[in-house]
Design a protein around this ligand. Structure first.
Ligand code: UD1
Length: 430
């Protein structure tokens, strides 16, 4: 299994290109199931989760081809990919594929809407809480789906070949369930109103894609989304938005190590709350035409309390990285997680680097220390693992991060991007 070796202590300086967002690319790829035309997606990041979803879609009959000449779209960088679901050959998403990535459960929406039936395994995914799918099932039932859960599979079918628009109020904000119901309602008969919908930028990107395909959607990015179902959707060409979590992660790395880095292609409006928090910690954040410039020179890191919550509040996907930063703040900070009940697995690993953190329910109290010391640590989930990388960059001496496959799910060319800014970081294979 690959490991990442870091020798900490260098400030970061230079430019980091921000990739297309994993969490936007995945639902956009799944939207290709809604049409028999070609959906062309630009800026698709080259990540293990994207490759896994290509395999899952391939199982349903989706063909894909990478656009452009190889020298222009180097292997390993964000690419333009055509997806064509002309013939759906199978409406079953098997356990072996779905268990590897939770978002693959989302195929249930488009398959049901277009084919009138779907059999999808209940998901696995990151071990950051129980993560049920009750909202997806309830919402699809409200749109007229008949559901049965048997042997770990959800069997779904429509009554008369088509879903029927309706009003659904999410009892809890869910990004995935909002994606799925928006896709399903696009091909339903009549109007659907989704209330208490997720407002994340990835929802807006999916809505833009569906509208480009001919869907009639209003209100995406607010908590009420209205969808007038159409009979069929066409192909389109859509660009994946820049990854706000990757942006925030590197911004936090610079805030921790000090230095001066341009996050090329980043969009400040996608993570304003997190940027405001970074300014409070003492970082200098400057939006420019190219992206976001992050600097921290000389001054210490000020402690700041944060609470995660749905967009536009502080994102849960930056909580672990922010905790990394707070381990070296000059004082105590409180970090409260309200989205996932088990998202503190990085605490034990950060402690191995010398961090002082105590847990009290859903709140971590971080008592900043003057320095961290390198150590071998274990990645436990995608965002937790990158918090260990950030802490390793600021720690004295050598840190090895084991179980790197978590990082490969969500961070494109991590070592290359960081070493390009002066970090000592390398992958050790085997
Ligand atoms: C997405 C993101 C993930 C991010 C999360 C919250 C992708 C691929 N993943 O995950 O990186 O951390 O949003 O911003 O985009 N819930 C239920 N029942 C359901 C569905 C969800 O109780 O049927 C709960 C979850 O357990 C969780 C909360 O709702 O506590 C929010 O989850 P949700 O927004 O659905 O997260 P994902 O879409 O899985």
């Amino acid at each position: 299994m690959d490991r990442i070796r870091i020798v900490g202590g260098n400030a970061l300086a230079g430019t980091i290109p921000i990739s297309g967002a994993k969490n936007a690319a995945l639902p956009l790829m799944i939207a290709s199931l809604l049409t028999d035309d070609t959906l062309t997606l630009e800026n698709v990041p080259h990540l293990a989760d994207v490759e896994q979803l290509i395999r899952i879609l391939g199982n349903h009959g989706v063909d894909y081809s990478v656009n452009g000449r190889r020298e222009k779209q180097q292997e390993g960088y964000s690419r333009t990919i055509n997806f064509s679901a002309r013939n759906i050959v199978d409406t079953t998403a098997p356990y072996e594929l779905v268990s590897k990535m939770r978002a693959s459960f989302w195929v249930i929406g488009p398959l049901l809407a277009r084919m009138g039936e779907a059999k999808v395994s209940l998901p696995g995914g990151c071990a950051i809480g129980t993560r049920p799918v009750d909202l997806f099932l309830e919402g699809l039932q409200v749109l007229g789906a008949e559901l049965d859960v048997d042997n770990g599979y959800v069997m779904a079918k429509t009554k008369n070949g088509r879903l029927v628009g309706n009003r659904y109020v999410f009892p809890k904000v869910s990004v995935g369930a909002t994606h799925v119901l928006m896709m399903a309602a696009s091909l339903a008969k009549g109007e659907t109103v989704l209330e208490n919908a997720a407002c994340e930028p990835e929802i807006v990107n999916l809505a833009e894609c569906l509208v480009a395909m001919g869907a009639k959607i209003h209100g995406a990015g607010t908590s009420t989304i209205t969808i007038h179902g159409v009979e069929a959707l066409s192909g389109a060409r859509v660009r994946v938005i820049p990854d706000r979590i990757e942006t925030g992660t590197y911004a936090m790395a610079v805030a921790m190590t000090g230095g001066d880095v341009m996050l090329d292609g980043a969009r400040p409006d996608l993570l304003q709350t997190a940027l405001d928090v970074l300014v409070e910690t003492g970082a200098e954040i400057t939006p420019t035409n190219e992206g976001i410039r992050v600097k921290r020179n000389g001054a210490g890191i000020a402690p700041v309390d944060v609470t995660t919550a749905p967009f536009p509040a502080f994102p849960t996907d930056l909580q672990a990285q922010f905790m990394g930063l707070m381990t070296m703040a000059k004082g105590k900070s409180r970090i409260t997680e309200t989205i996932f009940e088990n998202r503190f697995m990085h605490v034990q690993e950060l402690a191995r680097l010398g961090a002082h953190i105590t847990l009290s329910g859903q709140t971590a109290i971080v008592d900043g220390v003057a320095k961290l010391k390198g150590a071998p640590v274990m990645a436990t989930d995608l965002r937790a693992s990158v918090s260990l990388v950030i802490a390793g960059l600021a720690a004295e001496g050598e840190t090895t991060v084991n179980r790197v496959y978590h990082l490969d799910r969500g961070f494109e060319r991590l070592e290359e991007k960081l070493s390009g800014c002066g970090a000592v970081i390398e992958r050790i294979s085997g």
